[in-house]
Design a protein around this ligand. Sequence first.
Ligand SMILES: Nc1ncnc2c1ncn2[C@@H]1O[C@H](COP(=O)(O)OP(=O)(O)OP(=O)(O)O)[C@@H](O)[C@H]1O
Ligand SMILES: [Mg+2]
Length: 264
Amino acid sequence: MTAPKIELRGLGKIYPTPQGDVDALVDINLTVNDGEFLCIVGPSGCGKSTLLRILAGIYEETSGEIIVHKADIDRPLNSVVFQEYAIFPWRTTLDNIAFGLEMRGVPKPNRMAIARAYMEKVGLTRFADNYPNQLSGGMKQRVALARAMANDPEILLMDEPFGALDAQTREVMQEELLRIWEEDGGKTVVYITHSIDEAVMLGDRVVIMTAHPGRIKSIHPIDLPRPRTQQIRGTAEYAHIAQVIREDLSEEVDKAQAMERLES
Ligand SMILES: Nc1ncnc2c1ncn2[C@@H]1O[C@H](COP(=O)(O)OP(=O)(O)OP(=O)(O)O)[C@@H](O)[C@H]1O
Ligand SMILES: [Mg+2]
């Protein structure tokens, strides 16, 4: 479990804008281990989505380097799940889940069998032929999750995937994600969230980022046993680590809010 999967060395990102350069990320040094579930928390605007988009290859870093250890040339390197339900409105549940496989040229009978299996895992079999506008927010995010997993990436990148869901749906989705992740034999996951509770519930480690410009402030190992269910929230160990992280993060959130007040 200790082989590195992703190594970030002195990573920086500057956005040039008409008002001048925006320093989004500064000197990010981080190793994500193979099979690790890594959560990243930080105040709004600290650069979490920027970091995830760089990991996804959507944006390019301005400085530093990113080394990804690819294991298998036949598998896609990564799949991304965003907060917005990034599924195609003109495709049914099943066809949305099969999308990545279709793009990779997996023959139809195979891709449909794989898509059906993941549709079953996320409990959407009854909605196979529904279009996204006939699904609830939670269901849409299940489609997005199933699509990402069906694609069998080495790395799963998630940017507040359950951020738009109500609290109960969110808790159900967290358990579902953990169950599928464990069944799938431990892909490397980088998971961004605003929620400390979610980070502690899901992660092997929690990275705290500083207020803008984003740097790494601290990294907390979460030594809670797996498999984890919501019951873990009732334990003293959980309460303790969540409290430590809350205090560590609150400084940064205060700073971020002070900056916002200065700007407005
Ligand atoms: N395309 C862009 N052009 C210019 N500046 C940008 C761009 N995208 C992000 N930024 C700026 O970079 C910083 C980091 O943004 P980013 O979206 O990565 O933060 P975040 O941590 O994901 O925030 P949130 O928690 O609100 O989602 C912010 O100051 C933001 O205004
Ligand atoms: Mg973001």
